[in-house]
Ligand binder design. Sequence first.
Ligand code: NAI
Length: 409
Amino acid sequence: MLDTRRGKEQMNVLLLEGIHESAVKNFKVAGFKNIEISKNAMPEDELAKKIKEVDVLGIRSHTQVPERVLNSANNLLVVGCFCIGTNQVDLNAAMNRGVPVFNGPYSNTRSVAEMVLGEIIMLLRGVPEKNAKAHQGVWVKGASNSYEVRHKKLGIVGYGNIGTQLSYMAESVGMHVYFYDILPKLPHGNAMSVPSLKKLLAECDVITLHVPETPETRNMIGEEQIAAMKPGSILINAARGSVVDINALASALKRGHLAGAAIDVFPDEPKSDNEAFTSPLQQFDNVILTPHIGGNTREAQEHIGEEVSEKLVNFVSYGSTMLAVNFPQVSLFSPPGLHRVLHIHKNIPGVLSAINNVFSENHVNIAGQYLQTNTDIGYVVTDVEKDYSIGALEKLRNAPGTIRMRVIS
Ligand code: NAI
């Protein structure tokens, strides 16, 4: 159990895997002095030793943080995944130790949307095929199968962050945008919602997928759905490899039912640049294949550095857990008046009244209190108007179900 009044200048920040310097800048501006950075991921055994002295840990997707590593942490307050995925961290184990985990889900939205728009333009123009022929010394100058994007119908499946960003950009080049989402979504610009996937597939010249990986989206575009697409239309998948049945797509391309495709994500992706990549789509010149780079730009990396470090700084400075992936969400963005007590406990009856009894018995006036719970834990933040005795602190620490406690002064 942690009980600390250590200031940020005494805390140790460890940033692995070449996290962008925008994060380092944010930590320095916030008052952190001890920031260690490494370009590489850290093997589990090494991290288990290193983490003993770490207060704030920043990783990307290659460093694993299982329960065993968390068990070795003495001071760990918070973990930042400077990427989208968080399954490299044992989220439940972190939560049960009072450690919120944050990620950066929105920083590469623009990068994905830009790449998809570029692919739509290139595919409607037949450029991938003409490019492949030109590389082989073949001159194909005709205008057949070459179209402008203006007035073409774009069908977006999944109208979330990327879908809506793309919606604006596609309209700006004159496309008519339609979308299908399982949730009711406010149409942006002139975009129009379509009541079923089937209708969207049948209506549009280009279908682009921007749904998450869920049991419902697994193979949501298979043989039947591809057959329902307009002859000569185009399919783009920059969502997740599991969403499209790649063999069904290959056979539709072979039959000439689709005019082309752009695929950025695959059911089986190489683990590193050293592993070979194979796909049944490699035989088609009218298919753009990219190695899961939709969100990989310098700008996205910089934004992720800013976005995640800001969340970590806000947690350490104010106790805010907004947008944590494994924690009750308390939104606090102002410094405490005098003292802020952060108390993380098991979600069992009677904890809040036990905490408030301690304050009341010690004549400590509560200026503000914020409580959120999930099924497992509770997080209560209390701003108090005056300092309390060590005895009061001791009693708070002994409140039933306490996981950890921290004081920000
Ligand atoms: P988001 O969560 O903002 O939007 C997803 C949308 O899909 C939501 O509106 C949701 O209601 C909708 N949806 C969920 N299940 C659906 C279903 N069965 N049918 C129709 N709609 C459904 O997500 P965001 O940020 O827009 O990302 C979308 C996808 O892009 C994700 O799969 C993400 O993993 C992927 N992605 C790929 C990248 C790349 O490098 N290629 C980079 C970033 C994200």
